[in-house]
Ligand binder design. Structure first.
Ligand SMILES: [Fe+2]
Length: 393
């Protein structure tokens, strides 16, 4: 067995209605909190009012910082400034993956000094985060990225047309508070693409070259929950059982990807999401069936004895909810079931975001340099990657 290392969020509070504990949980870390949230509907739903009441009841005061869309380096720097000015001792990030990642980066920079670009991989200086982040709590409302359990914050750099991570185990939140009731009002298209991001992350982590014994079981558990509940959460937003399954699948996907790495879908997602106005989960969903088919075909042709094929077969059986499938049937199920899911959830094709044939070569070149591509279980040539992207256009 190859050596492995595992770090994750140390305290997870999971369950419907558990949001009411936020004041008690936050009070352990100080009296003044910076609330980092999305600029969208989060406030309208009364969540921020309720948060304020719960914090006040435990003697905390708060300052509010909103992020519009996926965080950019300058958003993070502004958030650090806001926290300093308000003399915040802790942060609470409430919202989708963008809010959680923004909170994570702000908490990290508050303790380590400097600006976001100092620590960003690839596009920035890539300096190491050496000190634990200022205490922060992650409260996800969309079941998707699993950012509450990952050690990287994805930050956009629009002028360089790239997204890159600030990454360190020092960035993990002190508490991940996951309450599926917070997701009841998430719109169907957000539910669809967030859920497909979680499913992609679970499958890529399970079949990654960095897969670990500790995450294998968690990944398949997550795939199973997403397979049985993503359709239901999409069609019936008030189905709390389905929402709870998806919240757990997303959390598990974050735990798994942080330890095991991802693969070619996420290799494409970074440059594609930075150059085109395409939401991360929609990009992942559109590519997933084609990457699965390409990886399985490459392994069958070049490494038919590869144990990763058995892993893909396990994914296929889990997606199908049928343990009796033969290896060939199960491998076939991977592509077929994810394709059907993408269709049923009305995931747009990538061409709808303005991506054309003439963009393929450039995107393939960038994807091949991405950190996720290193963990893809099959070596895919530039031609094969181009064909994968072409099929998703
Ligand atoms: Fe993702």
């Amino acid at each position: 067995m190859p050596p492995f290392e595992f770090t994750s969020v140390s305290r997870i509070v999971f369950g419907r209605g558990q949001f009411k504990r936020i004041g008690e949980l936050a009070a352990e870390f100080g009296r003044k909190a910076l609330i980092v949230t999305n600029a969208d509907r989060t406030g309208k739903l009364g969540l921020l009012t309720r948060l304020n009441e719960l914090l006040t009841a435990h003697g905390l005061t708060q300052a509010l910082f909103r992020v519009d869309g996926e965080p950019r380096a300058e958003d993070v720097d502004r958030g650090v400034e806001a926290a300093r000015q308000a003399q915040c001792e802790l942060l609470i990030a409430v919202g989708g993956g963008s809010a959680i990642d923004a909170g994570k980066a702000i908490a990290g920079l508050l303790a380590n000094g400097g600006v976001a670009l100092d620590y960003m991989e690839v596009v920035g200086k890539g300096q190491k985060i050496t000190r634990p982040a200022v205490p922060w709590l992650a409260v996800p409302t969309t079941a998707g990225t699993g950012a509450e359990a990952t050690r990287n914050a994805v930050i956009g750099c629009p002028e360089k047309h790239f997204k890159a991570s600030i990454r360190s185990h020092h960035l993990l939140p002190r508490v991940a508070l996951v309450d599926a009731e917070l997701g009841l009002h998430v719109r169907p298209e957000i539910t669809a693409r967030s859920g497909m991001d979680a499913l992609t992350q679970l499958i890529e982590a399970y079949t990654s070259t960095g897969a670990e014994p500790l995450t294998d079981a968690l990944a398949l558990e997550g795939v199973s929950r997403a397979a049985r509940s993503l359709r239901r959460a999409y069609h019936r937003g008030d189905d709390l059982d389905a929402r709870e399954d998806m919240a757990l699948a997303a959390l598990l996907s974050g735990i798994c990807l942080s330890a095991a790495g991802l693969g070619a879908v996420h290799g494409f997602a970074a440059p594609l999401g930075a150059q085109f106005p395409a939401p991360h989960g929609a990009v992942c969903a559109a590519l997933l069936p084609h990457v699965l088919a390409a990886n399985i075909a490459a392994l069958r042709a070049g490494a038919p004895e590869s144990p990763v094929l058995a892993r893909y077969a396990a994914v296929g059986r889990t997606l199908a909810g049928d343990a009796s499938l033969s290896q060939a049937q199960a491998l076939d199920a991977c592509g077929r079931i994810t394709r059907d899911l993408v269709a049923e959830l009305s995931i747009p094709r990538l061409g709808q975001y303005g991506i054309t044939e003439s963009d393929i070569a450039g995107l393939v070149a960038l994807a091949r340099q991405s950190s996720s591509m290193r963990y893809n279980p099959a070596a895919l040539s530039a031609d094969v990657l181009a064909e994968v992207l072409r099929r998703a256009l």
